[in-house]
Design a protein around this ligand. Structure first.
Ligand code: SAH
Length: 370
């Protein structure tokens, strides 16, 4: 593995979040129960409460001995975060929650309910070290990595509100998780992989969702993309490209000065080769910056140069302007022309819906106003 630059290192001197059941594999949980002087199967009972019944209230855990409930819950299900604010849009089917973590750090998650699925957008870091100039989270830098349990808890909290029928449309489960909230997930690789395993492990050891419902979105940390391809978990990879040429991408996604467009696209094509999963290329359309017809042509050529046909699709995101930014979304005509040119080159292309715009749905905007 190539050594990684400093921005990937944890800032020093911060207290780690407390250990939580969701940080541990099922075997590690059993060992923890034994350490507490309890039979190992208590850990399995507790896992069922957390991942299946979605409760962390000791009073409801009637299958645990009354005198031990408080202790086991305090030890293995410590409170990791509290909601600061929840904003709703689309008649309650889009819900954005701002969370305060134990050390005061703020992160966001966004629930989006569609007729056929429920998607939760989660944060993997408080802040982000990638410094993309159009992204609200990128402006303040990295505070710290989230722990595996802090990531999982965002999903379990959403699952709870769905199960309790707090989201219009009847009780449901979280079917999709996208790592498109705050942070660069592949810069917090170990915790993110742990969270993916907890979410996809069968119940009651984990949440039991399909790996195909999980999308890991990255600026293009090439060694980590290659590592992810070897994990044997068929998650969807999204590559935030935003420009087909190094000159512009160096500016929009500064890590490009370390791993170029060609290297990032190569690694993404390799991910497809290894896993069979179609890769998603993210491209935020920014007026007069990256939305020219010639850039659409070049993007099509760059993606066709690598891998087979059908290995990739492009997801165009109308830019959600951040406060104080000089950049804005593309003209709808330019957007349509961009799509047309990509499709003419055989690249399946979609334009992302802009749910939650009125609640600062984009990346880091809510935390930035707090
Ligand atoms: N760090 C990861 C995941 C978080 S951001 C990544 O970069 O992929 C998820 C997606 O939202 C990325 O493609 C990111 O570039 C994009 N994004 C960030 N700010 C945006 C904005 N203001 N408008 C549109 N897309 C934005």
């Amino acid at each position: 593995m190539t050594s990684l630059p400093l921005v990937f290192e944890e800032p020093r001197g911060r207290a780690k979040p407390p250990r939580h059941l969701a940080d541990l594999t099922p075997d590690e949980r059993r060992a923890a129960a034994v350490e507490l002087g309890m039979p190992a199967f208590r850990a399995d009972q507790l896992s069922r409460h957390y991942f299946t019944r979605l409760t962390d209230d000791p009073a409801l855990m009637t299958d645990l001995p009354a005198h031990q409930r408080e202790e086991i819950v305090a030890t293995l299900l410590p409170r990791l975060m509290t909601p600061v604010r929840t904003l709703e849009a689309d008649r309650g089917t889009t819900r954005k929650t701002l969370w305060r973590l134990g050390d005061g750090a703020l992160v966001e998650s966004v629930l989006m309910r569609y007729p056929d699925r429920v998607t939760l957008c989660v944060s993997s870091q408080a802040g982000c070290g990638m410094a993309c100039p159009f992204c609200a989270t990128g402006q303040a830098g990295l505070q710290r990595n989230l722990s595996t349990a802090e990531i999982v808890e965002q999903v379990v909290a959403a699952a709870r509100s769905l199960a309790r029928d707090e989201v219009p449309g009847g009780p449901a489960r979280v079917s999709n998780v996208v790592f498109m909230g705050m942070g660069e997930p592949l810069a917090n690789y170990r915790a993110v992989l742990g969270a993916v395993r907890r979410l996809t492990d069968p119940a009651p050891g984990g949440y039991g969702m399909s790996a195909r419902g999980v999308t890991v979105s990255t600026v293009g940390l090439v060694p980590r993309i290659r590592q992810l391809a070897e994990e044997g978990i068929p998650v969807t990879l999204a590559l935030s490209l935003h420009a087909p040429d190094d000159d512009l991408r160096n500016e929009l996604v500064p890590i490009n000065t370390r791993w170029s467009v060609a290297e990032a696209v190569d690694a993404a094509a390799g991910y497809h080769e290894r896993t069979g999963r179609r890769v998603s290329v993210e491209y935020a359309l920014i007026r007069d910056v990256n939305d020219q017809g010639w850039r659409a042509d070049l993007l099509g050529d760059v993606l066709n140069r690598h891998g087979r046909r059908g290995w990739v699709h492009v997801n165009l995101i109308p830019l959600n302007p951040t406060p104080g930014s000089r950049w804005t979304a593309s003209d709808p005509r330019d957007e349509r022309e961009f799509v047309r040119r990509l499709e003419a080159r055989g690249i399946p292309t979609t334009v992302r819906d802009t749910r939650g715009r009125e609640i600062d749905g984009a990346c880091g905007q809510l935390a930035a106003t707090e």
